[in-house]
Design a protein around this ligand. Structure first.
Ligand code: ADP
Ligand code: MG
Length: 456
């Protein structure tokens, strides 16, 4: 038995190396590293975890992967199991002390912040219409003066610059207001630290640590929706800091009211400060960002030349998130420097064929109208036409809402495509659906279904 277990341990060590490549460093550190291989018997491999919650999470997210890995190494396992040790000795020495992390200030007072990306500064943030409000609010908070809105809630789709802005605030405070204790971390990390504190019976320390910061930033807060005890703790931390007039900055991929499985009181607290959204990028902003990247990387790739019109082409054709746009440009640079060629339109089209194809698969208003009328079983002409009976008006509002959400079209433009309606009508429709989504589960479900069908 003993020998077998040692072998399993050795195998587990190797499997972990494969896992980290597969699921990424963060997931690995948060979820896999804390696992303790306990026994393998009768086809079941058992790991010890700190809490049931953690066990469930790992089972749901990585259970199959782990099982599959064992099997692929000819291990006779049939299932993997994550369980909390039955008896935990109250004074058992901790096997592993959580490593002290440097916080945004680079000291190691064990405030559990995450490292900052040195590139995410205000200097490198290109401001345009879609993000000017968010940028202005971030700048204001970065002055570190008296707190005027709390929290600052930044939201927007993937790759629109939320994390960049938060890091920029931290960098700025770091240099200008080094007296302030600033902590930046993702909601996922917040949860992990919380669980760790529970496991290690360090809740007092945990609470004290978070309640002693001056500026707390939590990124991607939608992550803690539905995670009850983490939400609860987050809420208490939040309240304690607000009560002390400390600044809180939150980001999420959607507005507070739209985050599912988030407690009402938390939603309303999140809404009580300044809520600003980062809109999808427009052509000018994309071009500005590309231009900036070219300037920054000039030199790094030798004297690359870019033919006229290439940046415009990219800004025009790749309209989704900035990360994709940056990735495209970097690939172009790398490729051109390898083959020592000027970056021309032809080269760009060849080299970026996959990204361009992907970007072409955008949802159109016509598609939305077609899907919505099919879904509600009404005629397309009615959906666009003037009739105002509820059975038609409601689907029309749903379609307008989806057009706003899934396309980059402006309200006036959407209005035009819906039989020449005014932009205020569209706005009213969008608001109405936003409201109903929270109260009418049928509508919420319809929208979810339609969204999935459209994005498939
Ligand atoms: P989010 O957190 O909203 O998903 P990020 O902040 O991670 O997005 O941004 C994705 C990438 O795009 C980052 O590399 C970031 O530097 C870049 N980026 C986003 N917006 C801008 C901008 N306005 N100016 C310069 N770079 C930007
Ligand atoms: Mg982010």
């Amino acid at each position: 038995m003993r020998v077998e277990c040692e072998m399993d341990n050795e195998l587990w060590g190797r499997l972990k190396n494969e896992l980290v490549r597969d699921i990424g460093h963060n997931n690995f550190v948060n979820w896999i590293e804390p696992l303790e291989l306990s026994e393998s018997e009768a086809g079941t491999v058992t790991f010890l975890v700190a809490t049931n919650f953690m066990g469930d999470w790992v089972q749901r997210n990585f259970g199959d992967k782990i099982l599959h890995l064992f099997k692929s190494h000819n291990h006779p396992v049939k299932r993997v199991n994550f369980s909390v040790p039955a008896v935990v000795k109250p004074s058992a020495p901790r096997t592993q002390k959580p490593a002290a992390r440097t916080n945004a200030f680079g000291d190691d007072t064990s405030v559990p912040g995450a490292p900052l990306d040195p590139r995410f500064t205000f200097e490198r943030f290109v401001v345009g219409k879609p993000n000017e409000l968010a940028h202005a609010a971030a700048r204001r908070v970065a002055e570190g003066n008296e707190v005027t809105f709390n929290p600052l809630f930044l939201y927007g789709g993937v790759g629109l610059g939320k994390t960049h802005l938060m890091h920029a605030i931290a960098h700025e405070l770091q240099t200008m207001r080094s007296d302030l204790r600033v902590v930046y971390l993702s909601a996922e990390q917040f949860m992990y630290r919380f669980i760790q504190a529970l496991r290690d019976k360090q809740m007092m320390d945990f609470k004290q640590m978070f309640r002693s910061v001056d500026v707390l930033m939590v990124d991607d807060v939608q992550f803690i929706a539905g995670k009850d005890s983490t939400q609860e703790e987050f809420f208490h931390t939040f309240n304690a800091l607000v009560d002390q007039n400390k600044q809180i900055i939150i980001s999420a991929d959607r507005a507070p009211g739209e985050i599912k499985d988030l407690e009402e009181r938390i939603k309303s607290r999140l809404q009580s400060g300044l809520v600003v959204d980062l809109h999808p990028t427009d052509y000018e902003l994309r071009l500005g960002i590309l231009q900036q990247k070219v300037d920054l990387h000039r030199g790094q790739y030798g004297n690359l030349t870019i033919a006229d019109g290439v940046l415009e082409f990219l800004a025009h054709r790749i309209s989704n998130n900035v990360r994709v746009l940056e990735g495209a440009l970097m690939r172009l640079f790398a490729f051109a420097s390898l083959v020592g060629k000027e970056i021309t339109l032809d080269l760009a089209q060849d080299c970026l064929a996959d990204i361009l194809r992907e970007a072409d698969r955008k949802v159109t208003i016509e598609e939305i109208q077609r899907k919505v009328s099919e879904h509600y079983n009404i005629r397309l002409s009615d959906l666009i036409g003037p009739r105002r009976v509820r059975t038609i008006a409601r689907p029309r509002q749903v379609a307008m809402y989806l057009a706003k959400q899934l396309t980059a079209r402006s309200l006036p433009e959407i209005g035009r495509r819906f039989g020449g309606r005014d932009h205020t009508t569209v706005m009213h429709g969008v608001r109405k659906i936003e409201e109903l989504k929270g109260t009418d589960s049928q509508i919420a479900e319809d929208i979810e279904l339609l969204r999935r069908a459209l994005e498939a």
